[in-house]
Design a protein around this ligand. Structure first.
Ligand code: AMP
Length: 286
């Protein structure tokens, strides 16, 4: 496995792989790797000849009061995990290497970026889209892999690829969870013991919604009210940013289940357990 820090070197290495006829799979990450990341790496290995991951904590996608500085980083541990997994390349550029002194361009995927997490994290998805486009241009992979954990991000990246005619195939992998249902996240390490225990409430609430829909309830506002009572009744939940039902493709909000018309409905939640903002979602078959 080779770690590359420089853009030019990465370009040359990837061009060489292409020349040799390799299919390149790319997994973008912010590091502090866990089984969620590793599941995407394994997907990429099944589809492609060579796998490159990026490890880059992207300042552009963090708000001024967010956790960019304290976001967990451990490149040594990540390197050894990636090596064990059989990754071929790690691209681990510095902020200076990626943005220089005078970066002025951003990519904005309109509408999709201003709902759900976008409403509470203004500028976040422009930061994500911009860095992902930069990474796509540097690496020029055949396929890129994203987790459904960040469902809105996945929809936005797919839209960007489509709108900008990018020559890359976007693949997605299911959410990897702890045994008790908590979705794996690098941010879970911020949680104290009791917060960690109570953090399963997000997934529990998503399942309450699923069960109510399976039980015949069509009024999504009613389900939302029930779920918000549950969330807000837990003393470790400091704040609920949203609990929404959305169309999986357009991310338009849904207020009623239309049996026979709706195939699937996305249920998504963002809530603060103490000072840690967690997100989760499930797809509900109607
Ligand atoms: P991050 O390092 O948090 O930016 O995540 C990098 C990629 O891993 C993104 O595509 C995430 O959606 C994906 N990912 C993060 N957590 C999980 C998880 N629990 N299950 C599946 N994919 C995940």
């Amino acid at each position: 496995m080779k770690t590359i820090n420089k853009i030019d070197e990465c370009r040359v290495a990837m061009q060489e792989l292409r020349k040799q006829g390799n299919k390149i799979g790319f997994v973008p990450t912010m590091g502090f790797l866990h089984e969620g990341h590793l599941s995407l790496i394994r997907m990429a290995q099944r589809d492609c000849d060579k796998v490159i991951i990026s490890i880059f904590v992207n300042p552009m996608q963090f708000g001024p009061d967010e956790d960019f500085k304290k976001y967990p980083r451990d490149i040594k541990r990540d390197t050894s995990l990636a090596e064990k997994e059989g990754v071929d390349y790690i691209f681990n550029p510095s902020v200076q290497e990626m943005y220089g002194q005078d970066h002025k361009t951003t990519v904005e995927v309109k509408e999709l970026s201003s709902v759900m997490c976008g409403k509470y994290r203004p500028g976040h998805f422009a930061g994500v889209a911009t860095v992902v486009l930069k990474l796509f241009n540097i690496i020029n992979a055949h396929k890129a892999y994203f987790g459904e954990k960040d469902y809105q991000q996945l929809v936005i990246i797919k839209k960007m690829v489509d709108d900008l005619n990018l020559d890359i195939e976007i693949k997605s992998g299911p959410i990897v969870r702890e045994e008790d249902g908590l979705a794996l996240s690098s941010r879970n390490r911020y949680l104290s013991g009791v917060e960690r225990e109570n953090a399963t409430i997000l997934y529990r609430c998503l399942n309450i919604a699923r069960d109510m829909i399976a039980g015949g309830e069509n009024d999504l506002e009613k389900i939302k009210k029930r779920v918000l009572e549950e969330l807000e009744g837990n003393k470790f939940v400091r704040k609920v940013d949203y609990f929404d039902f959305r169309d999986p493709l357009t991310l338009q909000e849904k207020r009623r289940v239309r049996r026979g018309e709706d195939g699937e409905i996305l249920a998504a939640v963002a809530a603060w357990i103490g000072n840690t903002r967690l997100i989760d979602n499930i797809m509900i078959k109607v």
